[in-house]
Design a protein around this ligand. Structure first.
Ligand code: ADP
Length: 348
């Protein structure tokens, strides 16, 4: 027999385009009406991308075709524009994450400057002080935290209420937005949609009690980044840059973004500041003093400078971050300890 329940069961097999989650659990089904063998489904969607309702329409049609004896199927959409970021009105929207004392955002103007490396090692250095620390990889398009923590074989679990239980690695609780996506079609999750799910995602995680939650923001200063920093109450932000001008131009934009929404800027991290050869000569591969000069211009401190270091890269690739080494014997680990102390001092 066809009834609301049997229709709903079928709809649970339809995933949101680009996600491994279905349209029922996303709460998009507004109404199911069954009369005789005919079915009417009303879907509520907030998107500007016409491909999304098209894909969902087709998915529903295919799913309901497998209902035995089904008659006419009508699918209606209640389409809304996604909410605009509330620029200039941050106080209205910034809320805390349950159980989390301090949220620290790690950002960069451009990709590849070592933002995730800094985020992971900062998290580990903070947890070495005895603090409870979590890290959230907010980068939908290039999540790398799971790899850097050596946790690619772990999958986060969800509770029956759809709360996400973070994985644990190196004493950190960690979650990656990459886990939400199906492997083949991440590109569809764009703009407003990505923004909406990033917000939802952060609050759906069961962090438990955390002293610090590190947000590894996606590179750049687009809508997703802006929405996160506008809607989550952030105690401090660390902006990672390399010393050359092309990176600094974008770091400036990141600073401007945080200033715009009144998020405190803890300071800049100048990564890949030099390379020291085995004879002790330092080569400023990406130029010298760029980060320091820029920080002065912007009126924000340089928290630490990190050299180009082969072990740092190698250990990131192997899922054994450099900060897991004893800071009294490893100079880079020691730099991350200094960074952790400065961040703790700044956010209280
Ligand atoms: P982003 O998050 O800014 O895209 P990543 O943290 O993923 O950048 O770093 C990009 C690459 O550079 C990674 O392979 C990483 O291991 C490497 N890397 C980052 N910082 C350093 C460093 N100080 N020395 C050597 N390699 C580094």
């Amino acid at each position: 027999m066809i009834n609301e329940e049997s229709v709903r069961e079928k709809l649970k097999k339809v995933n949101y385009p680009g996600f491994s989650r279905d349209i029922v659990s996303f709460g998009l089904i507004k109404r199911i009406t069954v009369s005789g063998n005919d079915v009417l489904v009303l879907v509520s969607l907030a998107t500007r991308d016409p491909a999304v309702p098209r894909a969902i329409h087709q998915g529903i049609e295919e799913a309901l075709a497998t209902l035995e004896g089904v008659g006419r199927v009508e699918i209606d959409f209640d389409l809304k524009d996604p909410p605009e970021p509330v620029a200039g009105n941050p106080a209205a929207a910034q809320t805390s994450i349950p159980g989390v004392k301090k949220v620290i955002a790690v950002a960069s103007g451009k990709g590849g400057v070592g933002k995730s490396t800094v985020a992971v090692n900062l998290a580990i250095a903070l947890s070495r002080t005895g603090a409870k620390v979590g890290i959230c990889d907010c980068d939908l398009y290039g999540p790398s935290i799971a790899l850097m923590l050596g946790a690619t074989d772990q999958q986060p679990m969800a509770t029956e209420h759809n709360e996400i239980i973070p994985i644990e690695a190196h004493g950190l609780k960690a979650i990656s937005m990459g886990f939400l996506l199906s492997e083949d079609s991440p590109v569809i999750v764009r703009g407003p949609l990505a923004t909406r799910y990033t917000q939802q995602f952060l609050r759906q995680c069961l962090w438990g009690e955390l002293d610090y939650l590190i947000l590894d923001l996606p590179p750049g200063t687009g809508d997703i980044q802006l929405t996160i920093v506008q809607t989550v109450s952030i105690s401090g932000s660390v902006i990672v840059t390399t010393p050359q001008e092309v990176a600094l131009i974008d770091a400036r934009k990141a600073v401007a973004m945080f200033q715009k929404v009144h998020v405190p800027i803890t300071g800049l991290v100048e990564n890949m500041a030099w390379f020291e050869c085995e004879h002790g000569t330092k080569y400023p591969i990406f130029g010298e003093g760029g980060g320091t000069a820029e920080a002065e211009r912007l009126g924000v401190p340089v928290l630490v400078q990190i050299p180009i270091d082969i072990a740092t890269r190698d250990r990131a690739d192997r899922g054994e971050p450099i900060a897991t080494l004893d800071p009294s014997t490893n100079p880079i680990s020691a730099v991350f300890s200094v960074l952790a102390e400065k961040v703790m001092a700044a956010v209280g």
